[in-house]
Structure formats: C-alpha cells, structure tokens
Ligand binder design. Structure first.
Ligand code: URA
Length: 198
C-alpha cells in the first residue's frame, strides 16, 4: 500500500501509467472532500464529465446523487468522494479486473488514511469488492455490513448507483429511488448517532 500524503498520492495518480486507462484519460480523478471526513463514498469509475472536470460525480448521475444527499440533509461537502479506479474507462464501460487491481493501492491508501466511520459503496463494483461478495446490489443494499477490506475494518452501506436511478426515475413506494431515499435517511441517522456533532 502507498504511504504518501493525499497531496503526494494525488500527484502520483495524475502521473500513473500502471494500467491502460492512463492512455485514454484526460485527467485522473483522485477524489475530493475533507481528508478527515468520517464518511467516504466510493463509486465505480469516472465518466466523461469527471474525466474533463477532474472531480468525481459531477456528471448527470453525480448531480442526481448530490441532490439526493443534499435533499436528505447529508451535503456532499461532508463526504470524501472517490471511485474504485481513478481514470475513465473508454465508452464508460465497467472497470476491468486488471484495472481494479492496478488502482487498488490508491484506494487502499485513501481508506487507510481516512479510516471512515462509514463507507458508502455506490453500485455493484465497489459493493462486491468491499464485501467480497458475488451478490448484486439489490440483495446487499438496505443494511449496514461490517467487513475487513485490505486488512482494514469497515462498516459499509451499499447504495444503488445513480445512473440506475436515472434509468428508473420513479420515486414511488417500493422503487429503487424510494429505497435510496430511505437508505440515505438511515445513513444520516447512523452518522448522527455514531459521531457527536455530525
Ligand atoms: N459514476 C461513478 O461511479 N463515479 C463517478 O465519479 C461518476 C459516475
């Protein structure tokens, strides 16, 4: 695992050539948010907008995620936000196994430094990785999980990926949108109980 500070890691990610995604990225998207945030959110990979802006979750699905979090009283500024891989896979495909493996030392260093009280895994890719599970997000969401990831004890709460919610736009009772709002409310309650003054 890398031992550097976030600033050094950010520089290292920008210059990284450990996997083929470095050949097609405009910018590496290291992550953003307070470096002492008690809550960390991990998505799959940067998309086209993120590749351009250098900030995670700033495209259409990011805007929906931000609105949902804000709407429930959990502003994204309180969260350290990153992805499993720091560079955009072409055509927005899912990151390949080798790409996930090449980028894991960056993520492991971020998690080890932050030691978040709660980690939100967004979508199938991070959820399966953190929970070492082959189950899908539909089965794994809706509850808190404890796990050991890269030797680090974590509490993980999976969330549907916002791009899935963009394809299933209803927020009626029982829909993924409605379930996500309930998940965020439970996450906020957990954080308020676990962290004085949150
Ligand atoms: N989807 C992700 O998983 N991460 C981003 O940063 C943007 C879209």
């Amino acid at each position: 695992m890398f031992q550097e500070s976030f600033e050094e890691l950010r520089r290292k990610a920008s210059a990284c050539t450990l996997c083929p995604l470095s050949g097609t990225r405009a910018r590496a998207v290291f992550g953003e948010g307070p470096e002492n945030a008690p809550v960390m959110l991990v998505g799959e990979a940067p998309g086209a907008t993120e590749d351009r802006t250098g900030s995670p979750f700033t495209g259409r699905s990011g805007k929906l995620l931000t609105a949902l979090l804000d709407g429930e009283g959990l502003p994204r500024e309180k969260i350290f936000i990153t992805n499993m891989v720091k560079c955009r896979p072409p055509e927005n495909r899912l990151p390949a196994k080798g790409e996930l493996a090449a980028c894991r030392p960056f993520l492991a260093a971020q998690v080890a430094r932050l030691r978040p009280r709660l980690l939100l895994s967004v979508g199938n890719v991070p959820t399966r990785d953190f929970l070492s599970s082959r189950e899908g997000i539909t089965t794994l969401r809706g509850r808190f999980h404890t796990c050991l990831w890269q030797g680090i004890p974590l509490t993980v709460r999976p969330l549907f990926h916002p791009s899935y919610l963009l394809r299933n736009r209803s927020f009626a009772e029982g829909t993924p949108g409605h379930q996500t709002v309930r998940d965020i409310r439970e996450i906020l309650r957990f954080l308020m109980e676990a962290i004085p003054g949150f």
